[in-house]
Design a protein around this ligand. Structure first.
Ligand code: EPU
Length: 440
């Protein structure tokens, strides 16, 4: 985040300084204690867009206090939707009246989930003009499968002037086979199909928990969506969704995973609470393989790290495979384990490895071969000034800083703020020596 600070302002002299925030991480401390996990970013942003389909008031609890969710809420207001903040994490949204089918450009162009307004506005008004999405830059992120879904339902889609423009006289249920099991296209096609006429069947759908979360929200409001969480989803269109209900966003499995990895990496002992442990199975399995101890409760997992960790091989895959969004954090941990680990990226292209250069500045011994990072672990990392290249890269640099010698100074904190609620406060409470400061 950048602040323009003006000092000594008077008529004769104006000094303008650019101030950037940075995180100072001093390595060497074990993380210990309990951390409460917030609502899931990727579920919250989808559910906020889904609220556009509801003609009535809905209350959504456990929305994480992060930039991406805030940008989505602001965009709803711009469409004429009434958004009332009831507390830090609870919003009452009333989309009975909307006065626009075009989103404002600005902030929405920086985040990925802006594309959910295409499905939602198309479903609600048969007409959508939505800012072309931005988001983390780790490779090609095409939207051809979203377009395939909309077109199958009878819409025409055009991309021009930085906008996705989609229109239909009427949306009619259809069968869609996704060429790749994509999160975004699965959610977007559900949004468009919920109020369409007839039945839509989505095959080779993504199975992520946040798809289930959004489907549960819509079903609570009167939609008929079956099979979310499997790779075949059946949506029977309904005439209208009515509000009057309260929905709670489920916990963030990536935030939970980030703290679990940080606990193992620092050889600490951390209880990650308020989670759905089943969502964490692929990560728990890999942490156990490294030698960490995992204790699973009803809604928590306790991770105990060990000095005798062993290297592992991992491939990221769509859920229930190992999440790509835990890839950079895991590499930071593997750098601290004696021996060679390999991590193959199976979801995004090689730009997902953008963070590697920063870990190399900390003397991380990593080389990339094709889509695999070869990690020669066990050599002590050294603190250095580094820049986050995306949201999960930011978290990975914090973990690297926690196990490094000396101080790691992390810039580009706007990435961290996009997706982790109170990250600094939470990790400080576990004993990490982390400070957020402003640099002129
Ligand atoms: N893909 C296509 N065509 C499409 C859509 C996707 O080829 O039309 C490909 C992508 O290029 C990629 C793969 O499918 O190789 C997976 O992309 P997906 O659509 O599943 O990802 P996304 O919707 O762009 C969401 C999350 C990301 C997360 C990925 C993978 C949201 C808002 N974003 O992105 O979250 O990395 O799924 O799980 O839900 C994050 O939280 O840090 C983050 C980046």
């Amino acid at each position: 985040m950048y602040y323009i600070v003006c000092k000594n302002i008077n008529v004769e002299s104006k000094t303008t300084l650019l101030t950037e925030e940075k995180l100072l991480v001093t390595g060497g401390r074990k993380l210990e204690g309990k951390v409460e996990i917030s609502g899931a970013k990727n579920a919250a942003v989808a559910i906020i867009a889904a609220a556009l389909l509801v003609e009535g008031q809905v209350t959504i609890e456990n929305i994480p206090n992060i930039t991406d969710a805030q940008v989505m809420l602001n965009a709803l207001e711009n469409l004429g939707v009434e958004v009332v903040r009831l507390d830090n994490k609870t919003y009452r949204i009333d989309a009975t009246k909307i006065n626009n089918h075009k989103t404002p450009y600005g902030e929405l162009s920086k985040i990925r989930s802006s594309y959910y307004f295409v499905g939602a506005l198309l479903g609600r008004c048969n007409n959508a003009e939505v800012t072309f999405p931005g988001g983390c830059n780790f490779g090609q992120r095409p939207i051809d499968q979203h377009i395939k879904g909309f077109e199958a339902l009878g819409a025409t889609v055009e991309i021009s002037g930085g906008y996705i423009k989609a229109k239909a006289k009427k949306l009619i249920g259809s069968k869609v086979y996704f060429d790749v099991p994509t999160v975004g296209a699965t959610i977007n096609t559900i949004l468009a199909a919920t109020l369409a006429e007839g039945v839509t069947i989505l095959e080779n759908s993504n199975r992520e928990p946040h798809i289930v979360d959004m489907a549960n929200f819509l079903n609570m409001m009167g939609a008929d969506i079956k099979g979310a969480g499997t790779n075949v989803i059946r949506i029977t269109g309904v005439h209208k969704l009515e509000g009057g209900k309260t929905y709670t966003v489920s916990p963030d499995m990536i935030e939970a995973g980030t703290f679990m990895i940080a606990a193992a990496a620092t050889k600490g002992n951390v209880t990650v609470a308020n989670i759905i442990p089943e969502h964490m199975e692929s990560l728990s399995a890999k942490l156990i393989e490294t030698g960490a101890t995992i204790e699973v409760g009803d809604d928590y997992i306790t991770v105990k790290g060990t000095k005798k960790s062993v290297p592992v091989n991992i491939k990221t895959l769509p859920y229930p495979g190992f999440p790509t969004d835990l890839h950079p954090q895991m590499v930071s941990y593997l750098l601290d384990i004696d021996g060679q680990s390999n991590l193959t990226e199976g979801v995004f292209d090689t730009r997902r490895f953008n963070y590697v250069e920063q870990l190399q500045r900390m003397q991380g011994d990593i080389r990339i071969e094709g889509s695999t990072a070869i990690i020669n672990g066990g050599k002590k990392l050294n603190g250095a000034p580094v820049r986050a290249s995306d949201l999960r890269a930011a978290a990975a640099l914090v973990i690297a800083g926690l196990v490094a010698d000396g101080v790691t100074c992390i810039y580009n904190l706007e990435y961290l703020d996009r997706g982790y609620e109170n990250f600094v406060e939470k990790i400080q409470a576990l004993g990490a020596n982390v400070k957020r400061v402003k640099e002129s």
